[in-house]
Design a protein. Structure first.
Length: 264
């Protein structure tokens, strides 16, 4: 597991955006196959998306040959709802870049058959060639996508019931009203994320400190689904000084030393 520690969220977000752009450009130089990118929502990736938008507008990267799949979507929330993940992604990324509309994939939370929708999503990922890189975030309890604590590390895209903690955290997007937050969601599974050639997870702020401690220093466990990244050959967590506050001093020093050595 690779841990990138920056001073603050802004610096970490820029690092992630430039890393993603570098990977897209690198594949474009050697292959005409599309770059397959997993994407997340929430407040954490907004600065990364803003930098990617700037890079597209300045001609530093193009999404014309990128196929994207989003992590999740609420069940029963209209796509036009301002807090649907369809709306979020168009507001903060898709409406401002050159990715073709037919290359954008987001789970349909209003599908007549949610189970079939989830299987079709998995099939579409395989048909696209599998993920080159998956960008994700992490919840305060260590969950990735909507894979809440005790989700199987072998899980695939499916319907899930959201925990009270997750709904309380997300209530800030619904006028602070817990009861407005949907009870279910469609989400890619832990194994879906970990099937990517590379996984980059963003984690900023002191509220993510316990999740990072469990994911990095704790055992690989379905209690903290981010801990599944321990078994990935190319997993990276991009974090800031506040989010690593609960790591052991020697762990912190180790990751800082590794990065310093790689710069030499």
């Amino acid at each position: 597991m690779n841990i990138i520690i920056r001073n603050n969220a802004a610096e970490g977000s820029l690092w992630a955006a430039h890393y993603i752009a570098e990977k897209i450009n690198a594949k474009a130089k050697v292959s005409d196959k599309p770059f397959v990118l997993g994407l997340c929502t929430g407040s954490t990736p907004i600065q990364t998306y803003a930098e990617l938008i700037r890079m597209v507008k300045d001609g530093e990267v193009s999404f014309k040959n990128v196929i994207s799949f989003n992590m999740d979507e609420y069940v029963g929330l209209p796509e036009s709802h301002p807090e649907s993940y369809h709306s979020f992604m168009h507001r903060y990324l898709f409406d401002h870049i050159d990715e073709p509309a037919q290359n954008i994939h987001i789970l349909n939370g209003n599908a007549a058959d949610p189970v079939a929708e989830c299987q079709a999503y998995e099939d579409a990922i395989v048909a696209a060639g599998g993920f080159d890189l998956f960008l994700g975030g992490v919840g305060e309890d260590g969950h990735i996508a909507f894979n809440e604590p005790f989700s199987s590390l072998a899980s695939r895209t499916r319907v899930v019931t959201l925990t009270q903690d997750t709904r309380e955290v997300n209530a800030r997007f619904f006028d602070g009203d817990f009861n407005k937050v949907p009870r279910q969601a469609l989400t890619v599974g832990v194994a879906t994320v970990l099937s990517s050639k590379e996984v980059v997870i963003l984690a900023f702020g002191s509220k993510k400190a316990r999740a990072l401690k469990d994911a990095i220093e704790g055992p690989m466990s379905h209690y903290c689904t981010l801990s599944g990244l321990q078994g990935h050959p190319a997993g990276t967590i991009v974090c800031d000084e506040n989010s690593v506050g609960e790591l052991k001093v020697n762990s912190y020093r180790y990751f800082k030393a590794v990065e310093a050595a790689e710069k030499q």
